[in-house]
Design a protein. Structure first.
Length: 473
């Protein structure tokens, strides 16, 4: 791939900008590629192409769009080896985790959208009217660095299937795998202008997209603070807004649960991908009387999470994505120690990264209270806070005492776990070791977002309604 171009109006083209963004390997801490730092003129070109393509694309049949998406998926699957290798280099995700979570699972998500698209209720009959759904128009998709393909899939695939056109701005830190996706769309025969991709910085490309008068909707994933700015900018021209934002998700373990399975399940969310996951279960809530038992289990199981070269299949914890993220997590660890929390496992990283690049050892704090900063703010690193509770009422109070509501988990006897889960203020809640369902709606309560991604509900986000009062003779 030639990463020094943008994909606009069905062609690979040079940027109008003469500036570049270096892409760093967070394990070697060396730059290995560069992409254009796009500008407002590039945004104008891409949005104009998407706007021009929309009338014809929106009138195509769903069957036609599904046929093209099937071809795209087949081509994209053939790129699996390149996807995994690139994500390991640009994100630092261990190659074993990259294959399952960053690659194969994204194919599953695409397949789910294709299979569910015919079930989207595009026409609904009311007592005295008929409601028709139509595509929104030009969608600006702005995605983060932690799941470079996954976050794109959740936006671009349903938007296109519903008849919208897209301008994508991937993260400036992990933009490379998106080039493979753009090439797959091109090779699949998607009409020029239906999908466009611009790399660049949020303050330039992102702002230009949110302010552009021909953009009809913004679909954004990132931090809550950034999401608020994006929404405020977009509402100046009354755009549709969809936001998937931060989390500080509780994992509530009840008496009677399998404590070892619960701990391992929690660890998998907070240590794999180096904790750089918005749905990470970063607050482990445990019965106070069993704290000693949990500490023994945690000390034993944490040895399974090995830090090292992400290209090594035996490694399952890679580096942080960047020096800036390394420094952020390091500061939170110091803050945890300074606030009086007990570091059960882990270490305070040295200021300068070492042999494993920007890696940080899995860190567990006990003796945490829910008013501590490390229990309230999203750290986005392999740092777990453990909080004890005396009663079920207190557990629920702690679980809900957060501005976020993206994800949660409850471990315990199934009937009781469901009863507890229905009292947690969160958009998604796992019961014991139940797997994720790609057909389910995904999104947050409170400051964790607006709207839903995934399944039929995720596709409905990219439609708008038209009611016809049609009972006349």
């Amino acid at each position: 791939m030639n990463y020094e171009q943008l994909y606009i109006n069905g062609q690979w083209v040079p940027s109008h900008s003469d500036h570049w963004i270096d892409v760093e390997n967070p394990y070697t801490m060396k730059n290995f590629a560069r992409v254009p730092s796009g500008n407002a003129e590039d945004v104008n070109d891409a949005v104009a192409a998407a706007h021009a393509a929309f009338p014809a694309w929106s009138k195509t049949t769903l069957d036609y769009r599904i046929e093209l998406m099937e071809t795209f998926l087949s081509i994209f699957k053939s790129m699996a080896v390149d996807i995994v290798n690139l994500e390991t280099q640009e994100l630092g995700a261990p190659i074993s985790f990259g294959r399952t979570a960053h690659c194969d699972y994204q194919f599953t998500r695409i397949r789910s959208y294709i299979d569910l698209a015919p079930q989207v209720p595009m026409v609904e009959t009311m007592p005295l009217s008929t409601t028709y759904r139509a595509p929104v128009g030009v969608i600006a998709c702005i995605t983060p660095w932690n799941y470079p393909i996954g976050q794109v899939v959740q936006k671009v695939i349903p938007a296109l299937l519903m008849g919208n056109t897209v301008v994508l701005k991937p993260s400036q830190q992990t933009p490379l795998t998106v080039y493979l996706m753009a090439q797959a769309f091109h090779d699949a025969g998607f009409p020029a202008g239906t999908f466009n991709m611009i790399t660049g910085r949020g303050g330039q490309v992102g702002n230009a997209l949110t302010e552009h008068p021909l953009v009809n909707m913004i679909s954004f994933t990132g931090s809550t603070s950034a999401g608020i700015q994006v929404a405020q900018s977009g509402l100046n021209t009354v755009k549709y807004i969809s936001l998937e934002l931060g989390g500080k998700s509780p994992c509530v373990v009840l008496k009677g649960a399998d404590y070892e399975k619960a701990v391992r399940g929690c660890f998998n969310t907070i240590f794999l991908n180096s904790g750089q996951t918005c749905t990470a279960l970063s607050r482990l809530l445990i019965p106070a009387e069993d704290k000693a038992e949990f500490e023994i289990i945690m000390k034993r199981l944490v040895s399974e999470y090995k830090v090292g070269n992400p290209m090594d299949p035996s490694i399952n914890v890679g580096p942080m994505v960047s020096k800036a993220q390394f420094d952020t997590v390091r500061d939170y660890i110091k803050l945890g120690v300074d606030s009086g929390a007990h570091m059960l496992v882990g270490e305070y990283p040295v200021a300068e990264p070492g042999d494993n690049g920007y890696a940080i050892q899995p860190t567990i704090f006990t003796n945490v209270t829910n008013d501590m900063t490390i229990a309230r703010e999203e750290i986005f690193g392999p740092v777990l806070t453990v909080i004890t509770y005396e009663s079920l009422e207190e557990a629920l109070q702690i679980a809900n005492d957060t501005p976020f509501g993206l994800n949660a988990a409850v471990w315990g006897p199934k009937e009781q776990a469901i009863e507890v889960a229905l009292q947690i203020e969160s958009g998604n809640i796992y019961i014991n070791d139940s797997p994720r369902d790609t057909a389910a709606p995904f999104g947050g309560w409170k400051e964790s977002g607006i709207g839903r991604e995934g399944g039929v509900y995720g596709m409905l986000e990219f439609t708008q309604q038209r009611a016809l009062f049609d009972t006349c003779e």
